[in-house]
Design a protein around this ligand. Structure first.
Ligand SMILES: Cc1cc2nc3c(=O)[nH]c(=O)nc-3n(C[C@H](O)[C@H](O)[C@H](O)COP(=O)(O)O)c2cc1C
Ligand code: SF4
Ligand code: SF4
Length: 263
């Protein structure tokens, strides 16, 4: 039986949704899948050489892979040779997103990881613009329809690459400014009086950026993954102006996309 490991980062559940759907499809093809959340994984503890194929799954942030994912790739050990597939989710099927994995591929290539498959799924946006429910459901249905073929391609080491236009490469380069912008925007987060001090947001922040207690505090390590905003059961986390617009009042109703927040 083939063995695959997937290193997953998912801020608010969209990428996790896709990986969770691909996994049983791979298992139908006699592939055993282990999923490791990037924020909880010490790469030294993973028996990489026991896997036939390695996967990395991430959401597109400002036309790139999030910094936490790029940093993780930098920690991967050099190997003799390994096949890698990339799965990303973006809020929009637009060519500006097509170079999101370029930096990741360069880092991996230098360590002898060969990226044979680079597939982008389009899922509901979790940032600034909330899609209406029919559009969200349409995107999910399209992703669902593509999942069996994706699993088949990964299991068979089929090739999937996107065209990197000059525009998308430039946008990816410029978009990396978001890594620095995120820490400043994260300082504008606050918990309003509905906060019950349960600590869920602090426990779930991948960057350990939240100090819970009587006075909730947001430090300087935010990766703008949006998880805390939607996981808070009291809907208490807000963003000061001028960045109030980045979060939605309500999360999507689709239960499988639920990061924790209910209506
Ligand atoms: C900080 C940030 C930046 C984003 N930038 C983009 C982008 O450049 N292009 C895009 O299509 N979607 C963008 N999105 C939307 C997400 O890529 C999309 O909703 C993704 O499916 C979220 O996945 P997750 O729930 O696994 O985090 C962005 C989201 C965040 C939080
Ligand atoms: S999850 Fe919400 S209610 Fe709980 S500590 Fe965080 S802000 Fe407060
Ligand atoms: S503070 Fe919130 S948005 Fe920032 S990294 Fe932590 S969970 Fe993500």
């Amino acid at each position: 039986m083939k063995r695959i490991c997937v290193f997953l980062f998912s801020g608010t559940g969209m990428t996790k949704y896709v990986v969770n759907k691909i996994t049983p499809e791979l298992e139908k093809l006699q592939v055993k899948v282990d999923i490791y959340p990037i924020e909880k994984t010490q790469i030294q503890s993973i028996p990489l050489s026991t896997y036939d194929t390695v996967g990395i799954a991430y959401p597109v942030h400002a036309f790139n892979a999030p910094k936490i994912v790029v940093d993780f790739a930098r920690q991967l050990p050099k190997v003799r040779a390994s096949n890698v597939f990339l799965i990303s989710t973006a809020g929009e099927n637009h060519p500006v997103n097509y170079s999101s994995s370029r930096l990741l591929i360069n880092i991996l290539h230098k360590k002898n990881y060969h990226v044979f498959y680079d597939k982008q799924f389009y899922m509901p946006s979790n940032f600034a613009v909330k899609y209406d429910e029919p559009k969200a459901e349409q995107l999910i249905a399209t992703a669902n329809a593509e999942i069996p073929q994706t699993a088949h391609d990964i299991a068979n080491l089929a090739c999937c690459k996107r065209n990197n236009s000059f525009l998308s490469k430039s946008m990816a380069f410029i978009g990396r400014a978001e890594w620095f912008g995120a820490v400043f925007i994260g300082k504008l987060f606050y918990a309003d009086k509905k906060c019950s001090h349960c600590g869920i947001c602090a426990d779930s922040c991948p960057n350990h950026n939240i100090v819970s207690g009587n006075h909730m505090r947001f430090k300087w390590h935010c990766g703008l993954c949006m998880r805390c905003l939607y996981i808070c059961p009291q809907h208490a986390i807000k963003v000061h102006q001028p960045f109030k617009f980045i979060s939605f009042e309500e999360w999507y109703t689709n239960e499988e996309l639920l990061v924790g927040r209910k209506k």
